[in-house]
Design a protein around this ligand. Structure first.
Ligand SMILES: [Zn+2]
Length: 118
């Protein structure tokens, strides 16, 4: 039986697996500016990995969180159901990275107040 979970579709940037190591932990490099941290966290919640793009010669690029390889890539946008996006979140481990980045953010805060130095 089809539920709303299968019927509702959203645009998703379907980055192919890493050509170097084959990992699914791949995402897009995009120009970001001042709100990069916020954008990276928002993208993880949606199931996409993002990083800032610094190379002015490239229009779009992809990267791998597993081996740090970067390559030029025109990432296709596909309409995916919420169920398909949930699967992408699973193979790309975006929820795990979201937790990790939150933890690192809190560690930074702790460091700011010198709790470890007392
Ligand atoms: Zn890789």
């Amino acid at each position: 039986m089809k539920t709303l979970y299968d019927i509702i579709k959203l645009p998703y940037h379907d980055v192919p697996p890493c050509p170097y190591c084959g990992s699914h932990l791949t995402g897009r490099c995009v120009r970001m500016g001042r709100f990069s941290k916020w954008l990276i966290m928002a993208a993880l919640r949606y199931g996409e990995h993002l990083e800032p793009l610094f190379d002015d010669n490239l229009r779009s690029a992809a990267f791998c969180r597993n081996c740090s390889y970067e390559w030029p890539e025109d990432v296709p946008v596909r309409w995916m159901s919420l169920r398909e996006i949930k699967f992408q979140k699973y193979i790309r481990e975006t929820d795990e990275y979201l937790e990790l980045f939150k933890l690192l953010k809190n560690l930074k805060k702790i460091k700011k107040y010198n709790i470890f130095d007392q």
